[in-house]
Design a binder for this molecule. Structure first.
Ligand code: NAD
Length: 374
């Protein structure tokens, strides 16, 4: 026994992210000195069979096909939502009403109004929240932010962000929850990550000019029919930052050949940063402090000097993996629940991203620059 107080988890959804969260819980306990002992109490999925299988595979004590019984269980402290986007609001509000802390996958909700209702309910109830913007947990992003804040790159003038993958490139790929007009589309699905990274590095975006396009207007559905797709396959936006910097982001889920191109470049008057999630243990730095004739991008490899990398591995260059970012996210969340730190990326931060997504969509349909609501 660890002697630490238990923190009992109820997980809803056991797909890609449900599993990633469980790996995150398991790794966080081994790697960090957490304030709680994590107890995997109950898991919920759509059928009793699927939930029971997940409980056995992932190590939960109980399972259910009814997420409401999980939410209402007095022996659960944290409700962890990894179900499709359109369900986030209903599940989170029920969990908050039951007094639970809520960990919810991104995008926080189908609309900014939904996200606002969730953020306000959480604040009123005094529960601690977390949204799954795991890419922000990468130590190389913290290094990039430090380099920008320190002035080493000089005045920051430009930003280019991209999140490109090809999981929707096949026009015969089936219609999924990601195509649902409630919370779907490339901009909400992966552009939300690109926007979170842009603001993490450069601060608030004040104005946007969007261009969101549907390239595959119809897909097969699960019953053998066809279904119209109305959401964007590609969402682009020009950005103006409060700092005076300007830039752009692109969210593209039909980028044939790209698997995880969550990339950015930051251009300063004295230096530039380049990063790609496909090689996310590296940050590339160009600095004019190097003498002419010796200038070029320097590859900085993730190392124990970039916390919390050293907790995972004592040697540089051995690399973190995707699920390790979830472990870092979990550790930050548990510290916030214990009161040690503020919420690293709670529902209010999730609402902010939703506001950006919605303003870009609106700007695209109206064909003009729009101010982002504060
Ligand atoms: P998925 O389809 O792999 O998993 C969804 C799970 O929810 C499935 O197990 C499904 O059966 C279950 N589910 C659906 N309806 C349910 C209900 N009513 N009750 C209980 N369970 C239900 O999807 P995914 O890729 O894991 O995506 C889930 C969420 O995670 C989405 O919000 C998505 O945007 C987010 N996501 C985040 C990241 C990230 O990097 N942070 C990556 C992928 C997905």
């Amino acid at each position: 026994m660890s002697g630490k107080p238990p923190l009992r988890i109820g997980l809803i959804g056991t797909g890609f992210m449900g599993k990633a969260h469980v790996f995150g819980f398991a790794m966080a306990e081994k790697v960090f000195d957490l304030p709680y002992a994590i107890v995997l109490r109950t898991v919920a999925d759509v059928t009793e069979e699927a939930a029971a299988r997940a409980a056995a595979d992932l190590g939960f004590a109980r399972s259910t096909s009814d997420w409401r019984t999980l939410v209402e269980d007095p022996e659960i402290d944290v409700v962890d939502i990894t179900a499709p986007n359109a369900l986030h609001r209903e599940m989170a509000l029920a969990a908050i009403a039951a007094g639970k802390h809520v960990y919810c996958e991104k995008p926080l909700a189908p609309s900014a109004a939904d996200a606002r209702a969730m953020a306000e309910a959480a604040a009123a109830a005094g529960v601690v929240t977390q949204v799954g913007f795991n890419y922000l947990c990468n130590p190389m992003l913290a290094l990039a932010r430090d380099l920008i804040a320190s002035g080493e790159l000089g005045e920051i003038r430009g930003y280019r962000g991209l999140h490109a993958e090809d999981y929707m490139a096949d026009a015969d790929g089936v219609f999924t929850f990601r195509h649902d007009t409630a919370g779907g589309g490339a901009l909400a699905d992966i552009g939300s990550h690109a926007l979170a990274t842009a603001e993490f590095l450069l601060g608030p975006i004040t104005q946007v000019m969007g261009d969101c396009v549907t390239m595959i207007g119809e897909r097969p559905d699960e019953r053998g029919g066809r279904r119209a797709v109305e959401v964007d396959d590609v969402g682009r936006a020009f950005l103006r930052f409060a700092s005076g910097a300007q830039g752009s982001i692109e969210a593209n889920w039909i980028a044939t050949g790209r698997k995880m191109q969550h990339d950015f470049e930051v251009y300063g008057s004295r230096g530039t940063l380049h990063f790609s999630q496909e090689r996310f243990n590296e940050l590339h730095l160009y600095t004019t402090a190097d003498p002419p004739g010796r200038r070029g991008f320097r590859r900085i490899e993730a190392a124990p000097e970039h916390p919390p990398y050293g907790r995972f591995c004592v040697a540089p260059g051995h690399q973190l993996g995707f699920n390790d970012l979830k472990a870092i996210e979990v550790a930050g969340y548990l510290r916030a629940i214990s009161g040690e730190t503020a919420e690293p990326f709670g529902f209010t931060a999730g609402l902010r991203i939703q506001n950006l997504v919605e303003t870009i969509h609106r700007s695209s349909s109206e064909g003009r620059w729009l101010a982002v609501p504060a």
